[in-house]
Ligand binder design. Structure first.
Ligand code: UT7
Length: 316
């Protein structure tokens, strides 16, 4: 049976760093509070004029280079984002133009923090069906532009960045074993981006406490769904790469799955929550640092606004 395999990874984060100490000067917060409650120490902020597609294109180019292919070999580009450059065209169309992927079909997926795994799931299907030979899957977000910088409940959490993977055909046992995607729209008010009044600016709104509880439960359930389908347990995982929202959420989920701390890849201390970019950004770091080895079993796990939640099992 044909499978899809990740043949290259790439990422990009804007240069500007906003630390917890910087935030102390802007709002009533402290480095201690943010570190204890979230694990985040700093986040990156896109430059004026820098766009979601600029960042996506940079991450995408790096993934294409690692895959050892040319941009015009890409058949499909999928960008997961809820902070697109424009309402339309899609951010993926801008990426297609910027990286000169002349043949590629391009579209976006909006599933908030689960967006990358949703996009991976679609890309996986395109490869397995024979519809595409190479798919570029990107998560890219500029949350700093939908952040209310006067709201301490949310503004300490988010950051900007992009991550990407190239999918190609798998040979042998390596590749994407399965993907699992879910949604439940009834609780949308607990986590959304909208304007308070007509014609007002759009800002993230979140009831953090409520989201926290649902997130841990959903992350556990969808991870177990992936493991059970393949007759595996948390003990079989070599690397757990969850959505990087909050260190306490990650620890609670890992504990429920019996995955030890040393098998969790975490980089939220440096980037905060970058929504759809968080998993591919972490995956690229883990790959490039040599942590992920041939044959490793990797579990990706995400939860976000919608609510949406998703997992993927990958044999490297
Ligand atoms: O990516 C999509 C999914 N998103 C998530 O998974 C986020 C889920 N939620 C969380 O990560 C956590 O709920 C937060 C980090 C957002 C908040 O942590 P918490 O432990 O749930 O704190 P809380 O909201 O219950 O607030 C506790 C206290 C409150 O003060 P009182 O009412 O106890 O006096 C807040 O006003 O902390 C206060 N607080 C802050 N204090 C200093 C809230 N934000 C801050 C802040 N600095 N930035």
């Amino acid at each position: 049976m044909v499978k899809a395999r990740i043949t290259g990874t790439g990422s990009y984060a804007p240069k500007r760093i906003l630390s917890n100490r910087d935030l102390e000067k802007m709002i009533d917060t402290s480095d201690e509070w943010i570190t204890e409650r979230t694990g985040i120490k700093e986040r990156r902020i896109a430059a004026d004029g820098e766009t979601t597609s600029d960042m996506a294109a940079k991450a995408g180019k790096r993934a294409i280079e690692m895959a050892g292919i040319e941009p015009d070999e890409i058949d499909t580009i999928i960008v997961a984002t809820v902070t697109p450059d424009m309402d339309f065209p899609s951010t993926a169309c801008f990426v297609q133009h910027k990286i000169k992927a002349h043949k590629a079909a391009s579209f976006d997926i909006a599933a908030a923090c689960s967006g990358f795994i949703y996009a991976l799931s679609v890309g996986d299907s395109l490869i397995r069906s024979g519809n595409s030979r190479y798919v570029l899957v990107i998560g890219s977000e500029i949350f700093s532009r939908i952040t209310d910088w006067t709201d301490r409940n949310t503004c300490v959490l988010f950051g900007d960045g992009a991550g990407a993977v190239v999918l190609g055909k798998a040979t042998g046992h390596k590749g994407i074993i399965s993907t699992h995607i879910h949604s439940e729209g009834s609780s949308w008010k607990l986590l959304c981006a909208s304007s308070h009044e007509e014609n007002a600016k759009t800002f993230i709104r979140m009831q953090g406490n409520e989201v926290f509880k649902v997130a841990v439960r959903a992350l556990e359930e969808v991870a177990i769904e992936a493991l059970e389908q393949s007759g595996l347990t948390g003990g079989d995982i070599d690397w757990f790469i969850p959505h990087q929202a909050n260190e306490r959420i990650i620890q609670a989920t890992a504990k429920r799955l019996n995955v030890p701390m040393e098998k969790i890849y975490m980089n939220l201390q440096s980037y905060g929550n970058t929504s759809a970019a968080s998993i591919p950004l972490a995956l690229d770091e883990a790959v490039r640092s040599g942590k992920i080895k041939d044959g490793n079993l990797i579990l990706l796990d995400a939860f976000g606004g919608g609510f949406t939640w998703a997992s993927a099992l990958v044999r490297w």
